[in-house]
Write a protein that binds this ligand. Sequence first.
Ligand SMILES: O=C(O)CCC(=O)C(=O)O
Length: 273
Amino acid sequence: MKPTASQLAQFHSDGFLLVPHFFSEREVRAMRLELDRLRRDGFLRNVATDGDGETHSTTKMNLQICPMHDKSTFYRALAFHPKVVAWVRALIGDPVLRHLDQSFLKPARCGAPTNWHQDNAYFQISDPLKGTAMWTAIHDATLANGTMRLIPGSHREKLEHSRDPESDHHIRCYPDESKAVAAELPAGGVAFFCYGAAHATGCNNTDSDRAGVAYHFLNADYATEGLLDNPKNPIPYLTGPQATGGLREYGVKVEGTFEAEATRVLEQASVTA
Ligand SMILES: O=C(O)CCC(=O)C(=O)O
């Protein structure tokens, strides 16, 4: 239910950790079905541009949904999954916040990259090891279909970022890629990477779609000013004295609902199949 001492040491020295069999087959099937539903309902948006950072590409697709918690009670509940909470609190320490939730889907034959960046270029926390992404491969993720690549030790360096000409809103950096490690993971496998770890995904020119679902978790002691004050974007405490299982942030108890949410998603899909 939580990382071993050597996994923790690896997270701290490399800035990331790969866990190939994190979610069960049933859990990841529900994740895929719910992302399919969100795509059918029109919530995924192509953020890929034709090299000017503005003109949306008609040939390259990087389909992003951000945030997810306001469109899916299933994905809202996943952040409260006991195994997720146990791992994240071991990696970054209490009190834990669910900072962000999003997904990037790279359609078959035209999937576009998410270029190199450090999440801390966006989040700007004072210690990049006090926040972590949990990126889940919801399809088998390989170098061929553009899986996540990460640069060990890159969290120790603050890289310069500029606007990414291949995206309508992202920023990017240009690190030395020679030491990059490919997170080749089976569906349900996870890459935990701290806010300082330089990472990127590649093109998907294979015949199957590939998607990653990314949550970001932050130690609340490192929250930047104003982060917790936006009523339109509730950021729930998952652990610590202020945690209410989502009740305070969402008005309903979310903790403990993931199993029922997964069952609902799977049953709904079998009815409509
Ligand atoms: O899945 C992707 O393409 C990119 C994910 C990512 O960069 C992130 O979650 O920080």
